[in-house]
Write a protein that binds this ligand. Structure first.
Ligand code: FPP
Length: 245
């Protein structure tokens, strides 16, 4: 009665989620269904990701964080880990030609010390090359774990307390978040997970505190810009109260 039908099926550009998190799940199943190796699923997943980031940028979303490799993913067969790393390296290298063309700011979040020197160097180069871009900020969660991020922040805060740079009384929610990989970025408003799984899997534990969660059975390589639109429209039809009434 209060909304016209049209309004409910269209994105309200004045109320976009500022930060979208994406757990890109189902690459392996996508490949298996087609009798292809898992690597083919990851490759198709990388293509899907480019389209989604481009679309999110066009819509005017300010931040998108994508779960590319978790601290637990090292447990996968070496061959698959190596393939994912080479895909990530390619993605970062080509970002200048492709995504930066879309004016994307690329950042890697997660623990870097376990990554190869080649990837670490490329991350620095890509971050440097894209840092003045004006479009969407894309955080690639790479060797990322939410618990690792929080413990790492706690360690750094303790160090500064020990060194007398800050006092224990100074520690609060707002300052703590400045020690996370996403310092200076807003919390996640909308969290998307594909492939039918409904878990957080150690993703952005701090930042999703008040996020709306949106799940789809679609496998990540099948996730299209129209699905992103659907997720945003559903997000806009929910009542967010942040603990209030
Ligand atoms: C989960 O699917 C996906 C991953 C562990 C990797 C995500 C990587 C990409 C989408 C491509 C590379 C990303 C970039 C930024 C280039 P899964 O393998 O767990 O699938 P399954 O549950 O069906 O086995």
């Amino acid at each position: 009665m209060f909304f016209s039908k049209k309004k409910q099926n269209e994105i309200d550009m004045s109320r976009l989620p500022e930060h979208i998190g994406v757990i890109m799940d189902g690459n392996g199943r996508w490949a298996k269904k087609r009798g292809l190796p898992r690597s083919a699923g990851h490759s198709a997943g990388a293509d899907a990701l480019k389209k989604i980031v481009t679309e999110a940028n066009k819509l005017g979303i300010k931040y998108i964080t994508v779960y590319a490799f978790s601290t637990e993913n090292w447990k996968r067969p070496k061959e698959e880990v190596d393939y994912l790393m080479s895909l990530l390296l390619d993605y970062l290298r080509n970002a200048e030609k492709t995504l930066a063309g879309e004016d994307v700011v690329i950042r890697a979040i997660g623990s870097r010390k376990e990554l190869s020197q080649e990837i670490r160097d490329q991350i620095v180069k890509t971050e440097e090359f894209t840092k003045n871009n004006k479009g969407i900020v894309m955080n690639i969660a790479l060797n990322y774990g939410g618990r690792e991020e929080i413990t790492n922040a706690a360690k750094n805060i303790c160090k500064e307390v020990q060194e007398g740079k800050i006092k224990i009384e100074d520690i609060n929610d707002k300052m703590f978040s400045q020690y996370l990989y996403t310092e200076n970025q807003p919390d996640v408003d909308l969290l998307i997970r594909t492939s039918g799984e409904q878990r957080l899997s150690n993703f952005m534990l701090w930042q999703v505190s008040y996020a709306e969660m949106w799940f789809t059975h679609k496998l990540w390589p099948d996730f299209k810009p129209a699905d992103l639109h659907r997720a945003i429209i559903d997000f806009q039809n929910r009542g967010r109260r942040f603990g209030g009434v």
